[in-house]
Design a protein around this ligand. Structure first.
Ligand code: UDP
Length: 322
């Protein structure tokens, strides 16, 4: 039986990856320090004989007994609000954490896949973003702690590949959504749906003309699974190229929730990218992958998830670190 370590296992993406690997018949070790993750996301796996949980911060030395075939490094704060509140941890998990896990992968002769991000492109001047674009990142801006940690993460991962011959994979993840996103993480989708469910106005930052391209989580997980099993070592964009403005997105959420909410305009956060859309030619060619779930279908599933949350959860709107 193949054994896989998934860091950030209690988070949004990590928990969906744990589900997928269990389903595929792997033994899964889920690791998380629970700063932004939540055990609720994986409690259904605790009874599974092929799953174990390790409460650990990967910025510190990581020890895993026994064989390990794959490591998927998904531990990191990943929303702008999170990394503004915990900037040092964000830098450490992407840099020191990645170094520790690469060392572990080398010792175990495991394959290591890192979760990189469209944020490596910063506020992109090339559109849509291809993997060959080097990005437009402000290292000392508020997003710098995340963007630069992820850029360093790619660099050190590639160095382990070229210098140590480690089997490595780099996925650049674009905006992804689905059940288990944190209602209060500040991201636009949980923000809008939470506001609609509470009967509040939807907060559009800036004039709403900035664009994003939203990928449903199951599509993302499929792309990651294929990349892990491929023999490709350069970065691969995984995301849904269907691009919309944030204003249009607000309208879609209002229609979906049938709540007739108004929108209000707030200041645009510093260095907020004006446009973002993945060029997925590489993923199509190398992995035979493309997204399958339409925004309409994905949003419906996600809305049903948020609607099923308790009243207490819905009104716990204050940010966890506030
Ligand atoms: N945004 C917004 N209202 C909100 C939260 C976010 O208009 O309540 C905007 C944000 O400024 C950005 C986009 O929605 O332009 C996506 O933000 P998110 O934090 O989800 O992710 P990002 O793609 O910026 O990392």
């Amino acid at each position: 039986m193949k054994r896989v370590l998934i860091t950030g296992a209690a988070g949004f993406l990590g928990s969906h990856l744990c589900d997928r690997f269990i389903k595929e018949g792997y033994y899964v070790i889920g690791m998380d320090n629970l700063i932004t993750g939540d055990l609720k996301n994986i409690e259904h796996l605790f009874k599974h004989e092929n799953f174990e949980f390790a409460h650990h911060d990967v910025s510190k030395f990581v020890f895993v007994p026994g064989e390990l075939h794959y490591i998927l490094h998904f531990a990191s704060p990943a929303s702008p609000i999170d990394y503004l509140k915990i900037p040092i941890q964000t830098l450490k998990v992407g840099s020191l954490g990645t170094h520790n896990l690469l060392g572990l992968a080398k010792a175990k002769k495991a394959c290591m896949l890192i979760a990189s991000t469209s944020e490596v492109y910063g506020d992109p001047v090339v559109h849509p973003q291809t993997e060959n674009y080097w990005g437009n990142v402000n290292p000392v801006g508020p997003r710098g702690v995340y963007d630069e940690a992820k850029r360093f993460q790619e660099a050190i991962t590639m160095a382990y590949h070229t210098f140590h011959g480690l089997d490595t994979k780099i996925v650049r993840i674009f905006n992804t959504y689905g059940p288990r996103m944190r209602l209060n993480d500040g991201r636009v989708l949980p923000a809008f749906i939470g506001q609609a469910l509470r009967g509040e106005d939807l907060t559009i930052f800036g004039d709403g003309s900035q664009t994003r391209s939203f990928c449903y989580v199951d599509d993302l997980v499929e792309g990651i699974y294929r990349l892990l099993l491929s023999d490709y070592h350069q970065p691969v964009n995984i995301g849904n190229p269907s691009e919309i403005t944030i204003s249009q997105f607000a309208e879609e959420i209002i229609k979906l929730t049938g709540t007739n909410q108004k929108v209000v305009y707030k200041d645009l956060p510093v260095d907020d990218p004006k446009q973002r859309q993945p060029d997925i030619t590489r993923a199509r060619e190398i992995l035979g992958w493309e997204p399958k779930v339409s925004r309409q279908d994905g949003l419906k599933i996600t809305y049903d998830y948020f609607r099923s949350l308790s009243h207490e959860e819905l009104y716990k709107s204050k940010h966890r670190f506030a």
